[in-house]
Design a protein around this ligand. Structure first.
Ligand code: PLP
Ligand code: TYF
Length: 401
């Protein structure tokens, strides 16, 4: 029956972890997948998450099904975190929202809802490059995927004029996907001034902005600062779609905690959109898992745990920033590595686009047991004081050829 099914390619990011696991060298380093590691290279369960789990366990909750759109205390708190309590849509109760299977599920629900109900276009523009899963998510949702220029290889920075030109040339009312902060894979974000220009352009061209916020708090260490783009668009009167993930900022990866929201014109419209979100979700998975949403809700709705969590997010962001400084200093000052490495320090969030070429990344895997994606992206969180010297020396050797 299945003899005609061809073997598919592995996930380009998760496939790196497979190669890493198969390598027996004790010096091996996995800089592929974007998952935080502590200073000992180990996965990190946030102390605020452990405390929330203790509180939940001591209340001995049942395991009943959640509503289709998830735990209301969680979705309300998630929108407050993204939009702020002071924002007009939050204050006026016009945000339609559902819990989702982390950020991926939020993007998929959003794609499916837009494919069914967005009246103007079926085309979504993604930055070039973007997270590798964006294209299949939106294509499988029934949208047509196109790209807009984002990364400039020459400057290893934002191609802002290319971005503006491509958005200006997109048909009016197209959907445009924007990484809210900590762009994956490049680590390059627009400045606040550039965000304002993007907002103006999106307004002028009547584009529909779909924000993917997978790293709120992780970029700068401040959840408020990282929400600038989303909140600015809202202040400017845009209606937006928003995918949120709590995988990175709460370290809840495998718990699959996320939210999808849409701002609407009034509470009655919100209620109609909510009812259709349920109809999109029900045949996909009926209702979402409960445990992770309880953890996130407990943290977000307790002033004490919330303050502790914000400190812990900042701790993760700061450790990554310190690794950027140390990597730059080692590559440039200690090892005199040829090339311009300032982008290691200026890039933001979990990732750095190193500029290493595919032959160099291949050599690093084969000769130095260092694994990263073929595009030269490294997860900064995989570096620590124990492995950064070895990493920098290996990179320097690879670059010097
Ligand atoms: N969007 C971006 C840009 C990402 O980097 C990721 C990966 O973490 C996601 C969405 C979704 O991840 P998850 O489904 O684990 O929340
Ligand atoms: O880009 C990354 O590394 C993260 C994690 O199928 C990830 O976004 C990667 C691939 C994938 C799911 C999550």
């Amino acid at each position: 029956t299945w003899s005609h099914v061809p073997a598919g390619p592995p996930d380009p990011i998760l496939g790196v972890t497979e190669a890493f696991k198969a390598d027996k060298d004790p010096r091996k380093i996995n800089l592929g997948v974007g998952a935080y590691r502590n200073e000992h290279g180990k996965p990190y369960v946030l102390p605020s998450v452990k405390k929330a789990e203790e509180l939940i366990n001591s209340a001995k909750p049942d395991k009943e099904y959640l509503p289709i759109t998830g735990l209301p205390e969680f979705t309300k708190a998630a929108t407050k975190l993204a939009y702020s309590a002071e924002s007009i849509p939050y204050a006026e109760n016009t945000i339609a929202v559902t819990q989702s299977i982390s950020g991926t599920g939020a993007l998929r629900i959003g794609g499916a809802f837009l494919a069914r109900f967005y009246p103007h276009a079926k085309t979504i523009y993604l930055p070039i490059p973007s997270w590798g899963n964006h294209t299949p998510i939106f294509r499988d949702s029934g949208l047509e995927v196109r790209g807009y220029r984002y990364f400039d290889k020459k400057t290893v920075g934002l191609d802002f004029s290319g971005l503006k030109e491509d958005l200006r040339n997109a048909p009016e009312q197209s959907i445009v996907l924007l990484h809210a902060c900590a762009h994956n894979p490049t680590g390059v974000d627009p400045t606040l001034g550039q965000w304002k220009e993007i907002s103006d352009l999106v307004k002028e061209k009547k584009l529909f902005p779909f924000f993917d916020m997978a790293y709120q708090g992780f970029a700068s260490g401040s959840t408020t600062r990282d929400a600038f783009a989303v909140r600015h668009f809202i202040k400017e009167g845009h209606q937006i779609a928003l995918a949120q993930s709590f995988a990175k900022n709460m370290g809840l990866y495998g718990e699959r905690v996320g939210a999808f929201s849409l701002t609407t014109s009034d509470p009655a419209e919100k209620a109609r959109v909510d009812s259709q979100l349920k109809i999109v979700i029900r045949p996909m998975y009926s209702n979402p898992p409960i445990h992770g949403a309880r953890i996130a809700e407990t943290i977000l709705n307790s002033p004490e745990l919330y303050a502790q969590w914000e400190d812990e997010v900042k701790g993760m962001a700061d450790r990554i920033i310190s690794m950027r400084d140390r990597l730059y200093d080692t590559l440039v000052k200690d090892l005199d590595t040829p090339g311009e490495w300032g982008h290691i320090k200026s890039q933001i969030g979990m990732f750095s686009f190193t500029g290493l070429t595919p032959p160099q990344t291949k050599a690093l895997a084969e000769k130095a047991h260092i694994y990263m994606t073929a595009d030269g992206r490294i997860s900064m969180a995989g570096l620590n004081n124990g492995n950064i010297e070895y990493f920098a020396e290996s990179v320097s050797t690879a670059v010097k050829g």
